[in-house]
Design a protein around this ligand. Structure first.
Ligand code: ME8
Length: 689
């Protein structure tokens, strides 16, 4: 093991039910940049990423595609890995939870938890959200998940439990004594309030499906996917392995930074430290949560269908453009919007114009006026206050950038570095080295040397600082500056004025070609084509039968409509007999059904079955009167996604105009309505076809 100080950083391990998009790339890029800077600072850095491959969500995804879970996991894990390789992500290891080394480690952890008295057997009846792989103890049957709003499923099983409740006080004490454990502050406060409200024991096994790590000694059960997944951070570095592997674990653990998105804070800041405490293992030094990348105003995710793939951007603008955009545009910790427009604007302004121009002007003039050798900055002749101002700013920028970057303020750190670029570009315009270059007198030459040395030194400083964010382009600029391998540069030792005089430049060539407007269109088109091609491929994987062909004769249609007419309840779910009159697809197409979201709901006075709802359908908010009051509390409907028939002629009920009809199943003698909803999240306004 190296004697150097170690630095261990992790990304979440990504689910294999979706191929990577730039939301995943965001976390991975940020960790990569941090890891690169730590390596440059001389630390023995270990950067881990990987894939989360077990659980009912993955099993169902595979079944839906007509393949085995392992096949799905193999394909998607490979696509994550291939993308990270293509993006030059400098991960040291890629863990998959289906690997033997992981299973062995997580089973070992289970045994230790059991031995220490924190696991017991009990039975659980309650709600489970498959999307979040989360037990929702407080909710009743059919209630939506508090995290994602999707309907929960009732599970009733004999399970193993983890004594999470025993860690309430210990966790609160730990948060209190280690304020840097959860960052940023807002997330820390949320976690503290959650724990203060009380922790219930956690069900940590499932017995109704088998796609998971078997519980030691009781293989009918598989481990709860979050216990399985979180353990990757220790199993990957050798926990539960042989002597050598355990030494590696002891060397790198605890992790220095565990980077996550804000939606998985609870798992990482409550469950994970509790598991570790229970096993007597050290806790990570810091869990750092970032916000979401939004696209078209909501969180980019496969289920919303609003994703952008990194590949498109890599093909058109290159790797560094994507990295720079994400780290500069998004204020780390908060949510940030992605758009192709903003990407191209930022690329042109900051990279092609600011950094690109500084590099090409400075290096071209040194090539032209000083035979490609770094000139001498005259100490006596031709100096001005402007040169000193740049030197002072350079020193400030080195300190400021380091402090901000190491405090996860990436956007501010880049802004700081770019303030030096802006100042030097202005300095060049004001001092006109190109005019001085045409003169031969000694004073002009001395002045020209000072100006170009100052500009080249500023370029060296910015290039060195920005290297973790722009690894490819800064390496090229560094070579053009004649400085060799940029990775050998230690930013802690970076000082203004250390650019050596007389160093011969490498071949000078442009690094950031300007992107024209067509780049935006090209990327948008590529994204559309990519997603079409992907949909086709997915369709082919699944059974070629037409929709509905799998239904058994006599099986009911899934939905009937609960309309605004309480006096005439919808049919009670009786199946249409085989051979009933069929309608054509054109007939069906006449019914326009869209996804809406309930913004407001109240009981209609004097009508015990009716609710008045205001439903957002993307283009407008509709008033709808629905006969669902006996089945749904109005308050619980607010925020819920529903299906609305939007092209029905309006009608009046109890004096209220109803503009649409909510779709629901209807069952039992009373025609109890159950609102149609989706397992996946769907954007408001989407049409049902
Ligand atoms: O949650 N914006 O996996 P996952 C920003 N397997 N970051 C995003 C993002 C977006 N729109 N979309 C995804 C899981 N991410 C579990 C984790 S860890 C032991 C188990 C990033 O595939 C972000 O880091 O849903 C987020 O936390 C992670 O991907 C979720 O990936």
């Amino acid at each position: 093991m190296s004697d150097k100080q170690k630095f261990y950083i992790t990304t979440p391990i990504y689910y294999v039910n979706a191929r990577p998009h730039i939301g995943h790339a965001y976390t991975t890029i940020v960790c990569d940049a941090v890891a690169r800077r730590q390596r440059m600072l001389g630390k023995d850095t270990f950067f881990l990423t990987g894939t989360d491959e077990h659980g009912v969500k993955i099993e169902r995804s595979a079944t839906a595609q007509g393949i085995k879970p392992k096949q799905l996991a193999d394909e998607v894990a490979a696509s994550f890995r291939a993308l990270w390789d293509r993006m030059g992500i400098s991960y040291d290891d890629f863990i998959r939870t289906t690997e033997e080394r992981h299973k062995r480690g997580v089973q070992e952890l289970w045994k230790v938890l059991k031995k220490n008295g924190y696991i017991y057997k009990g039975s659980y009846t309650g709600q489970y959200c498959v999307f979040d792989e989360l037990y929702v103890d407080a909710a009743g049957p059919g209630a939506p998940c508090p995290e994602c709003g999707r309907p929960t499923e009732t599970v009733s099983e004999e399970n193993y439990y983890f004594k999470l409740s025993a860690f309430e006080d210990k966790l609160l004490k730990y948060y209190n004594e280690h304020p840097e454990f959860i960052r940023p502050e807002t997330r820390r406060n949320e976690v503290i309030s959650f724990v203060r409200a009380g922790l219930r024991d956690l069900s940590i096994s499932r017995s109704t499906f088998s796609w998971g790590v078997p519980v030691p000694g009781d293989p009918k059960h598989v481990m709860y996917v979050w216990l399985d997944a979180l353990s990757n951070y220790i199993t990957a570095i050798g926990y539960g392995g042989d002597k050598k592997e355990q030494e590696r674990y002891a060397h790198y653990w605890p992790a220095d930074v565990q980077m996550i998105g804000k939606e998985i804070v609870r798992f990482h800041c409550i469950y994970w430290p509790a598991f570790l405490m229970a096993a007597g293992l050290p806790l990570p030094r810091g869990i750092v949560a970032h916000g979401w990348l939004l696209f078209e105003e909501s969180k980019m995710s496969k289920s919303r269908g609003n994703i952008v793939r990194a590949e498109t951007i890599l093909e058109v603008l290159g790797n560094d453009a994507l990295r720079y955009f994400l780290m500069r545009e998004v204020v780390f910790g908060g949510d940030g919007s992605f758009s192709f427009d903003a990407l191209v604007t930022r690329y042109n302004a900051d990279l092609a114009n600011d950094l690109g121009n500084l590099a090409s002007r400075t290096l071209t003039m040194i090539a032209k006026y000083f035979r490609g050798e770094i000139p001498y900055p005259s100490a006596a002749v031709g100096r001005s206050a402007a040169d000193e101002a740049i030197a002072t700013l350079g020193t400030e920028v080195i300190a400021g950038f380091g402090a901000q970057f190491d405090d996860f303020q990436f956007s501010r750190a880049l802004e700081t570095a770019w303030s030096l670029i802006a100042a030097v570009n202005k300095y060049l315009v004001e001092n006109e080295p190109w005019t001085l270059g045409e003169k031969q007198d000694q004073e002009s030459r001395a002045r020209l040397g000072t100006i170009l040395y100052t500009a080249a030194e500023a370029l060296r400083i910015v290039t060195a600082l920005a290297h973790p964010v722009l690894p490819e382009s800064t390496a090229r600029i560094w070579r053009q500056l004649g400085l060799g391998d940029i990775k050998k540069m230690n930013p802690a030792k970076l000082k203004w004025g250390e650019l050596k005089i007389g160093v011969k430049l490498g071949t000078v060539e442009p690094v950031f070609p300007r992107a024209d407007k067509s780049a935006i269109e090209r990327m948008q088109k590529m994204e559309e084509q990519r997603s079409l091609a992907h949909k086709e491929a997915e369709k082919e994987k699944t059974s070629p039968q037409p929709a509905g062909a799998g239904a058994q004769p006599g099986q009911p249609a899934t939905q009937s409509a609960t309309g605004p007419a309480p006096a005439a309840p919808a049919p009670t779910g009786a199946a249409p007999a085989a051979g009933d009159a069929k309608i054509s697809i054109d007939d069906f197409a006449k019914v326009e059904m869209r996804v809406g979201q309930v913004k407001f709901a109240e009981k209609v006075k004097g009508a015990d079955k009716l609710l008045r709802l205001e439903v957002d359908i993307g283009t407008e908010v509709r008033q709808v009167v629905a006969g669902i009051a006996k089945a749904y509390d109005p308050e619980k409907l607010i925020g819920r996604k529903v299906v609305l028939v939007v092209n029905l002629a309006p009608r009046k009920l109890r004096g209220l105009e109803s503009n649409g009809m909510i779709v629901a199943a209807s069952f039992g003698e009373e025609g109890t309505p159950v609102l149609a909803s989706f397992l996946e999240d769907v954007p408001v306004g989407s049409r049902l076809k």
